[in-house]
Design a protein around this ligand. Structure first.
Ligand SMILES: Nc1ncnc2c1ncn2[C@@H]1O[C@H](COP(=O)(O)OP(=O)(O)O)[C@@H](O)[C@H]1O
Ligand SMILES: [Mg+2]
Length: 241
């Protein structure tokens, strides 16, 4: 469970109000999609959930724990896939995976099995012996995803995870997201891709100018909008001004 409780965050000493009094609960077992135009505050919200940024006001709880007061315990149960895959360039793929396995305390046997499974699925088995600086953008994303899937976290947070992934990898990721939630895990991800959100998500929140514009199942969002045809239309209507 992720509970975001009246959270606000500004940049540049208050000049830019990126997130404005956001309250949102993400229960376990549901694929929760976070939508909004560019600059709406999605990445800022995600960075606060995973503890990279501190809210100016409000609290965030992960599985009931305050992620400010209990930062380490919260981080230990959360895997985060950032929007920009900037990772340790000089490490080889396998060194990065083992480093992440050590950080999260993934045991040897599980680590090997999961790494092997995901490297094969993402077609990285050969590249994993090379330094990350030789990887393409998509390969970097896939090695980060491999690490996150190896950890099998309680809480999965992904910022625009499908951008830059090839169709097969994107499909595999969506299956893994479904499996994670069906197993009782919590998952929060941002996306620009309306078709993905509409098909994949159990619940959707739309953020606009840092404020929550809508939240609910597709059926509930339809009820809030005049034009009920598609999520794209609902999105355009709720984020017009
Ligand atoms: N490091 C930063 N310094 C100043 N302003 C920022 C910074 N990061 C984001 N912003 C601003 O905060 C707002 C929200 O940005 P962001 O959370 O990245 O939105 P999104 O991920 O929805 O595109 C935007 O107006 C953006 O320009
Ligand atoms: Mg963003």
């Amino acid at each position: 469970m992720i509970e975001i409780d009246h959270v606000s965050k500004s940049y540049n000493k208050g000049a830019v109000r990126a997130v404005d009094d956001l309250t949102l609960t993400v229960p376990p077992g549901e694929i929760f999609g976070f939508l909004g135009p560019n600059g709406a505050g999605k990445t800022t919200t995600i960075k606060m959930i995973v503890g990279i940024l501190k809210p100016d006001a409000g609290t965030i709880r992960i599985a009931g724990l305050d992620n400010g007061a209990e930062a380490l315990r919260c981080k230990a149960m959360t895997a985060y896939v950032p929007d920009e895959p900037e990772i340790y360039e000089r490490l080889k793929g396998i060194e990065y995976l083992n480093f992440m396995g050590d950080v999260y305390g993934v045991s040897g046997g599980e680590r090997r099995n999961r790494i092997e499974h995901w490297l094969q699925a993402f077609e990285l088995s050969r590249a994993v012996a090379d330094p990350i600086q030789t990887y393409s953008h998509g390969m970097r994303q896939k090695i980060i995803l491999t690490a996150a899937l190896m950890v099998k976290p309680k809480v999965f947070v992904l910022d625009e995870p499908m951008v830059g992934l090839d169709p097969r990898s994107s499909h595999l990721l969506k299956e893994a997201m479904r499996e994670h939630c069906d197993g009782g895990g919590t998952l929060f991800f941002s996306t620009h891709i309306m078709e993905v959100a509409e098909r994949l998500c159990d619940r959707i929140a739309i953020i606009h100018k840092g404020r929550l514009a809508a939240c609910g199942t597709m059926a509930e969002l339809r009820d809030q909008a005049k034009d009920k045809a598609s999520l794209e239309n609902i999105f355009l209507e709720l984020t017009e001004t």
